[in-house]
Design a protein around this ligand. Structure first.
Ligand SMILES: Nc1ncnc2c1ncn2[C@@H]1O[C@H](COP(=O)(O)OP(=O)(O)OP(=O)(O)O)[C@@H](O)[C@H]1O
Ligand SMILES: [Mg+2]
Length: 222
């Protein structure tokens, strides 16, 4: 479970309160959609859940561990082993193939064996078998995003966090990515997706709607 307790995030640059006194709870096995308009704090929240950034006030704990109490190195390892993160702009390594990109986090964590076989299985899971030996420049946006999702799953994370995973894709690819996320969730991974695309607000079990850094509403959508 991820617990967000009275979290405030203040950015000194811009003097902005991106999140204000936010309290939330993410239970295991569920699918959460974090919604809200541009600037409402979605990315800020995803970064705090992942421990990429720390709150100004309040705390975020994952499975009972307060992320702010960990040393930087410990937090990085915890993230590597427990969190899969999918970014809006994919961030694939350009000189590596699909398969090699997926294998990369496994090399660092040493959590899984048979790296190559697992990379192939994960690419299959995202309908990307044909991307195994292709480099990102030869992939479409939807294909790159599928490789990014496969890579996020490499170390068998408990939590999959995705920030606007379909923002730059055409309709067919958007639907495909959401189908894959649903499928991953059905296999037991807790999925948390931030999006501003209304069409997808009710795709999960619970909708968390942010407005100006505050919780505007939650809705059970299962
Ligand atoms: N690193 C930063 N430094 C300073 N201000 C920031 C930083 N990141 C975000 N902000 C500000 O914090 C607020 C929330 O931004 P955030 O990126 O979390 O919104 P968002 O809901 O993800 O928006 P979008 O839908 O456009 O991605 C905005 O006003 C933004 O300008
Ligand atoms: Mg954002």
């Amino acid at each position: 479970m991820i617990e967000v307790k009275k979290v405030t995030k203040y950015y000194k640059i811009g003097k902005i309160y991106a999140l204000k006194d936010l309290t939330l709870r993410f239970e295991e096995g569920k699918f959460y959609v974090i919604a809200g308009s541009s600037g409402s704090g979605k990315t800020t929240l995803i970064n705090l859940l992942a421990g990429i950034d720390l709150p100004t006030k309040g705390n975020v704990s994952v499975d009972g561990k307060n992320l702010a109490r960990m040393k930087e190195k410990e937090r990085r390892r915890f993230r590597l082993e427990n969190m899969g993160i999918v970014f809006q702009f994919f961030y694939l390594v350009p000189y590596l193939t699909g398969k090699e990109n997926v294998m990369l986090p496994m090399r660092y964590s040493k959590k899984v064996k048979n790296l190559e076989e697992r990379a192939r299985q994960l690419l299959k899971l995202v309908n990307g078998e044909h991307l195994t030996d292709k480099k990102p420049v030869h992939m479409s946006g939807g294909e790159m995003q599928r490789v990014a999702i496969a890579r996020a799953l490499a170390n068998e994370p408990k939590y999959l966090l995705a920030d606007e995973p379909t923002a730059n894709l055409d309709w067919k690819n958007k639907e495909r990515i959401w189908d894959i996320l649903k499928r991953i969730n059905k296999k037991g991974t807790t999925v948390i997706v931030a999006t501003h695309e209304r069409e997808f607000f009710k795709m999960g079990d619970e909708l968390i709607y942010l407005k100006d850094g505050m919780l505007h509403a939650t809705e059970n959508t299962s």
